[in-house]
Design a protein around this ligand. Structure first.
Ligand SMILES: [Zn+2]
Length: 284
């Protein structure tokens, strides 16, 4: 049994099993996570194939809507910084094809990235000319207090040890520096509906669940588990919201897209039911 990935507690219980993925829930911090042991080599194995489909495949989903969201997130990071710095250094952990790095450059950041997939790292370098380190944050020995902004865009749910990654992010941020993290929200309306249908059908209606809980995502944060983890790694929370954002990066059938849009529309009056959690936190 894997202890809670967020708070380390053993006070957890098996919640459900989808296609062999054992999903547990923590009674202490409400975190939801896969019961799967991983180390650096098994994580590397998962991502070694990312980006092998070539550059075009990984640019297909980057449209003006994605760019507009990235622009908004990065401006908020900049606005939350102390106002006396001229050159702002940003590190994007899990930079993928470099979409966030590109947007950061447009806003004047001195941007660099980390990526464990060698092919995606090459794509990001070609696209942005930014320095892109290959490997895990904890292996790279980046100097303490060297970045103004650290970003984790759709990243922390992939981490075997999110606590360790946040501790490293804290260390490399300057005092006053800002962490931005975006990750799926396990309290999203779409997930609640999918779980209810899965339970009511005695687990026979499992297709939506297979799309929402799968081996690459080791954590499914709630607002509580994310804010507690950030606080316990030393961060001071600036804001934590749930949002519904673009679907263009996800391969969906017409029916799935329509269902997701309907869930987004229905969740609009409720501030906590959006599909993603967006957190800004500061190293005090
Ligand atoms: Zn926990």
């Amino acid at each position: 049994m894997t202890n809670c990935r967020a708070c380390g507690s053993q006070n957890t219980a098996l919640w459900f099993v989808v296609e062999g993925c054992r999903v547990r829930r923590c009674a202490e911090c409400t975190h939801v996570y896969l019961d799967a042991e991983h180390d650096a080599s098994s994580i590397r194995a998962i991502y070694s194939g990312y980006g092998n489909g070539g550059q075009s495949q990984y640019f297909a989903g980057i449209d003006s809507q994605v760019e507009a969201n990235l622009d908004r997130y990065l401006r908020q990071c900049r606005d939350a910084l102390p106002g006396n710095r001229t050159e702002l250094r940003l590190l994007d952990i899990g930079c993928g094809n470099g979409a966030l790095l590109k947007q950061a450059q447009r806003l004047g950041f001195h941007a660099s990235g980390i990526e464990i997939s060698a092919s995606l790292a090459a794509v990001a370098r070609n696209r942005t000319q930014c320095e892109v380190h290959e490997g895990f944050l904890c292996e790279l020995g980046l100097p303490e207090s060297s970045f103004d902004v650290v970003t984790m865009y759709d990243l922390i749910e992939h981490a075997a040890n999110p606590r360790q990654d946040l501790e490293h992010a804290f260390r490399i941020l300057r005092p006053g520096g800002v962490l931005f993290a975006l990750t799926p929200n396990d309290r999203a309306l779409l997930r609640r509906i999918s779980r209810a249908l899965f339970t009511a059908s005695l687990h026979s209606f499992s297709e939506p669940m297979r799309r929402l809980y799968y081996p690459d995502h080791l954590s499914y944060f709630t607002a509580q588990s994310l804010s507690q983890l950030l606080a316990s790694t030393g961060f001071e929370l600036i804001s934590l919201q749930s949002v519904n954002q673009e679907l263009s990066r996800v391969q969906l059938s017409a029916v799935e897209r329509l269902t997701a849009r309907a869930a987004f529309w229905a969740s609009r009056p409720f501030s906590k039911l959006g599909g993603k959690l967006v957190a800004y936190a500061r190293r005090p």
